[in-house]
Design a protein around this ligand. Structure first.
Ligand code: SF4
Length: 371
């Protein structure tokens, strides 16, 4: 049973109504917005390119802004239109996505571009239901594209927005009940907004930069005058934390193999499953801890007709995925005289760097620091 607590405002300040929140966010966003490449508008229409909104929204999910800024321009320079993206080979799309992680999103973006070309004459639809029917577009992304690129009064809720709305209204509910409550409040804001694009974007920006999970900067917040969490000093307890997901550990064993010319052996992963279609050093994943890692590596090396492996660094590389944790151990080995490995191909470091790689295998193959 939900134990919803919506606190009554205190200290004689009026309650934060949807209209008041929308106006405060709109004014604040227009005055303080960061200049990001996907925020540029067409001066003749005052609207953004919806394709650019689609790319930036999918890139930004669960990804640090600095990483998105690094990857955004090269991606849209190579695929400047929805048609260019739709007609590109998947490996090119994945290669330009490399470093952003979550490659499933790149595949979904590619599939969405194809669907827009096939079903919408190459025009990103403005209608929420049509947007949601595209691959990879959920309620949040559809609302963001519709409101930011087409000025449709569509609500948006992601983790940042949810936190702002629960705090400003002082709504203290169990984590599993927070989502519908936040959508109700976001809908009220969208319906009463004078100018939906800066209002919605202000909501997103506030959650990303000011109303942060820890130590929110309330003194800089445009909602501080009426925010109930602030006035009742409950910023630290709203929203309630979610129970951490139980994560399975995958034991990943990789073989780093160089030929006499210093080239590195790489292979492509299967088209489905974890890191589908990406490239890697030859590797195997075990769902249970092997009795001996070196024995498991030797088995893999033997199956590929490679020499006996060694693990000089004895280092464990840890990599967190949404629902799983990967513990990787890297073993060095060599090709046997007059014997070709059974799988993969040798490439120099420049060739490897151009391949779509998981962040883990970027570290293994190229010694990067991405996690
Ligand atoms: S006043 Fe503080 S807690 Fe309230 S919305 Fe602003 S940053 Fe968040």
């Amino acid at each position: 049973m939900t134990t919803s607590v919506r606190t009554t405002p205190t200290q004689n300040a009026p309650a934060p109504t949807a209209r008041w929140i929308a106006l405060a966010l709109e004014r604040w966003f227009i005055a303080t917005a960061r200049d990001l490449p996907w925020r540029h508008v067409d001066p003749s229409t005052g609207l953004r390119d919806p394709y650019i909104s689609l790319v930036s929204e999918l890139m930004a999910q669960q990804t640090q802004l600095s990483r998105v800024l690094e990857k955004f321009d090269p991606f849209v320079e190579r695929f400047p239109t929805v048609q260019a993206l739709a007609h590109a080979p998947e490996q090119d799309v994945l290669a330009l996505w490399s470093g952003l992680g979550y490659y499933r999103r790149a595949r979904l973006l590619h599939a969405a571009a194809k669907a827009i070309v096939d079903q919408h004459q190459g025009m990103v639809p403005a209608d929420l239901a049509e947007l949601r029917a595209l691959p990879g577009i959920g309620a949040y992304t559809a609302g963001a594209i519709a409101s930011l690129a087409f000025h449709v009064r569509a609500p948006i809720v992601d983790g940042n927005v949810r936190r702002v709305l629960l705090r400003v209204h002082g709504i203290d509910v169990p984590a599993e009940d927070a989502e519908p409550v936040a959508w109700t409040e976001a809908t009220a804001i969208a319906e009463s907004a004078r100018n939906i694009a800066p209002t919605n974007e202000g909501l997103m920006e506030l959650g990303a930069t000011i109303c942060t999970p820890r130590a929110p900067k309330c003194d800089m917040c445009p909602l501080r005058a009426r925010c109930i969490a602030r006035r009742t000093n409950r910023q630290d307890t709203i929203p309630r934390p979610k129970a951490p997901p139980k994560r399975q550990t995958l034991h990943h064993i990789a073989l780093l193999v160089r030929d006499a010319r210093g080239r590195i052996l790489v292979e492509q992963r299967p088209a489905t499953g974890l890191w589908a279609g990406l490239w890697q050093a030859p590797a195997v994943e075990l769902s249970t801890r092997p009795r001996s890692y070196i024995a498991a590596a030797a088995e893999l090396a033997q199956a590929l007709r490679l020499a006996k492996p060694v693990n000089p660094a004895r280092q464990v590389l840890r990599h967190e995925l949404t629902h799983r944790r990967v513990e990787a151990r890297v073993f060095e080995t060599a090709i046997k005289p007059r014997t070709k490995p059974l799988r993969g191909q040798f490439l120099n470091a420049e060739g490897v760097a151009e391949l779509p790689l998981s962040n883990l295998h970027r570290r293994i193959l190229l010694g990067g620091t991405e996690s």
